[in-house]
Each structure stands twice: as C-alpha cells, then as structure tokens.
Design a protein around this ligand. Structure first.
Ligand SMILES: [Fe+2]
Length: 384
C-alpha cells in the first residue's frame, strides 16, 4: 500500500540546445540587474563561460565573475565567494559548472541571506529563508545539482564533506543546455555519468523512495544505461544530450528521496583524499548494490532490466543480482580507475568507514549499515 509522501520541485527547468542564451532574459524576468557568475578557471579557458555570458554582454548587463571553484569545494572558497558578492553588490548568482560550482553558489546564497559561517547550516532544514535568486547552468552530465536541494561543502578543519539540505537553497531556474557538454572529455563523461547513475539507483532504492521518485529513478537508469557507453566511447552528441537529461531526472529523483550508502562512502573519500566524486561513485556503486540487493528483489530486478539485462527465466534473486553484475561490467567498460589507482591507502579504510557511518544519509540505505559493514564494503571495492 502506498503511504503518504511529499514531492517538491521549486526549480523551473528549461532544457534544450541554445537555452543558455536566455540567461539575460531569465535574470531580467526575475528583476535582477547585477549577477555574480560562480565558475572555475577550466571552463573559462575552454570558452564555455564565454558562450553563456555573451548574451549578458549583448544585453548590456553588468556582471562579475568568481572563478575560484575547485573540485570538492572548500568552506573557505564559499566564504571568499560571499565576500566577493558583498563587495561587488551582486543581486543574484549564476552557477556555471558541475556540482562544485552549483553547490558553492547555493552555499554563497545561504550566507548572503543568513550570514554566519557555512558550518552553521550543516544538516537538513537549518536554512530558514530562501536564498537570493540563483540560475544553475550545468556543464557536466552527472551532478543533478541544478534541481536538488543539497549543497555539499568540504569542512577543511574536519576534512569532512558537509551536506546542507533545504528546498530553500534550490536554484530558481535551471538552464540545461546540451551545447555546453559537447566538448566534455570522455573521462569526465564517464565519471559524471556514473555519478548520475548512482543518484538514480540510490534515489530509487533508498528508504525514502516514493512513487514519483520511483518513476524518475527507473526512467533515468534506463536513459543513462542506454547512452553512457556511446557517449564515452564514441563521443556521440545525441548520447551526451540524453545523458544530460538522464542526470537531470536522476537529480529530481534523489533530491526528493535521498542518496544512500554509495554517497556516504564516496563523500568520506572526497573529504579525506579529494577523490573526484564521480570516480568514487563508480568504484563503489556495484559493491554497495551487492550489499543492498537483498532489500527488494523486485526493484533490483527492475533495475537489471533497465540496465539492459535479459532476466527472463531467472529466479527472483538472480534477476535482482543481475543488476549488480550489469553495473560491475559497466564500470569495467568505461575504464573507471580503481580505488588503488586513485591513491587510496589500505590503512585508511577504517577511518573512511568511520566517516561514512556519520553521514547524514546513513539511515536512507535500504539495508541497515554500520561502520563495520562500511569497512567490509570498502575492502571488497579495494581488493577486487
Ligand atoms: Fe553524487
């Protein structure tokens, strides 16, 4: 029987080739005249930021750029961006980039409306007022941050990735433009695409899943699985476009349900080692699925089918396990680096397990999971 649930999507989504050119009109429509662009130097060098701000220049709009966003963004970067926004008199924020830029922009928005330290807002529901208007423009195919209510920021004192969650920090508008991911390198398509797949798998199977997130989750899994190999191996434009849409729908899924064990572990890795988020997800996803598949054979079998597996004639358990095998094969095919290859040290596994067990989403994992369990999963991912 279906219980009660709530579904919210405060972000207006505009998807399509060339929609990033609408930025000036979107800001004007919101009554904004002086945005701060939050991005990274790589996207400036690659000419991606210019593609977006060209329209602002043509419209004669004043804007400033804060381009100091790094992977696994730090607390001090948030505070620096906040100071820039105050100094420049910015009335709105525009994030151009992957999850790092969008998450940092949300956090800067929190400080602009609340003040204090970003650490004050760690957890769910600590933000009391809507942040200033934010337009999110994704340039990778994986984060979904353009439609989620989460900002993940590294606390540099604790070497810990804090999660700040509230619908009040969501972007006002998401401009999702496939033209911006056209030149994304295959290794980034692979890792961010696997992050998107992880969002869909965790959003679909976690304890907070409900019918609408189920619908989005299974649709996103199918869409990502059907396109990720072609996007990575053939650099196919249509496949990348579909992957960008899959990532968006996966974001809508997990934003309303939750993430689970893979992110608990991956955020511990990112906090301690600065491991790229998508690489951590891809390395851990099949192992966490192997731990979780017993929770719901029906859902895991449905995922196996969406991942392209033929499950006809298999027992319920084997059909469910086929989803685990499908993701293991996908990680191999995409040549995702292993935990050893990204420099994780065996002696740190207990510390990583300890940090995973205090993640805000631990209780959302479909099978109860303790520090000891996390350690066993880390060992499987590390030594296999
Ligand atoms: Fe993620």
């Amino acid at each position: 029987m279906i219980g009660s649930f709530e579904f919210v999507l405060p972000t207006r989504v505009v998807f399509g080739s060339g929609v990033c050119k609408n930025l000036a009109d979107e800001l004007t429509g919101l009554g904004k005249k002086h945005p701060l662009i939050i991005t990274d130097k790589g996207l400036i060098e690659a000419g991606v930021v210019e593609k977006v701000v060209k329209g602002l220049k043509e419209a004669g709009m004043i804007f400033d750029i804060f381009d100091e966003i790094e992977p696994n963004p730090r607390d001090f970067t948030v505070h620096k961006g906040y100071e820039v926004a105050l100094t420049k008199g910015s009335d709105s924020l525009v994030a151009i980039g992957g999850g790092s830029s969008m998450d940092t922009a949300k956090a800067i928005g929190v400080l602009l409306t609340h003040g204090g330290s970003i650490r004050d807002y760690e957890g769910l529901g600590k933000v009391e007022k809507p942040i200033c208007d934010l337009v999110a423009i994704p340039t990778t195919v994986g984060t979904g941050s353009e439609v989620t209510f989460w900002s993940v920021i590294t606390d540099t004192e604790r070497h810990f990735k804090m999660s700040i969650g509230s619908p009040l920090i969501a972007a006002k508008v998401a401009l999702v433009d496939p033209d911006l991911v056209e030149s994304l390198p295959p290794s980034i398509v692979a890792s961010t695409g696997m992050d998107a797949l992880t969002h869909a798998v965790e959003g679909y199977t976690c304890t907070l899943a409900e019918p609408i997130t189920d619908a989005c989750g299974i649709y996103a899994i199918r869409m990502i699985a059907e396109n990720i190999r072609k996007a990575v191996q053939e650099n196919d434009k249509e496949a990348k476009t579909n992957l960008l849409l899959g990532s968006l729908i996966a974001g809508i899924c997990f934003g309303n349900s939750d993430i689970a064990g893979v992110h608990c572990m991956g955020e511990a890795l990112g906090g301690l080692y600065d491991t790229p988020h998508g690489v951590a997800m891809a390395a851990l996803l099949p192992h966490v699925m192997e731990y979780n598949y017993v929770s719901d054979y029906g859902k895991f079998a449905e995922m196996a089918r969406a991942l392209g597996e033929d499950i006809e004639g298999l027992t319920e358990e084997s059909a469910a396990y086929a989803s685990v095998l499908a993701v293991k094969k996908l990680s191999r095919d995409l040549k995702i680096p292993t935990l050893v290859e990204v420099g994780v040290k065996a002696e740190d596994l207990p510390e990583l397990a300890k940090r995973s067990a205090v993640n805000v989403s631990v209780d959302s994992n479909p099978v109860p999971v303790t520090e000891k369990d996390f350690l066993e999963i880390f060992k499987k991912a590390y030594y296999n």
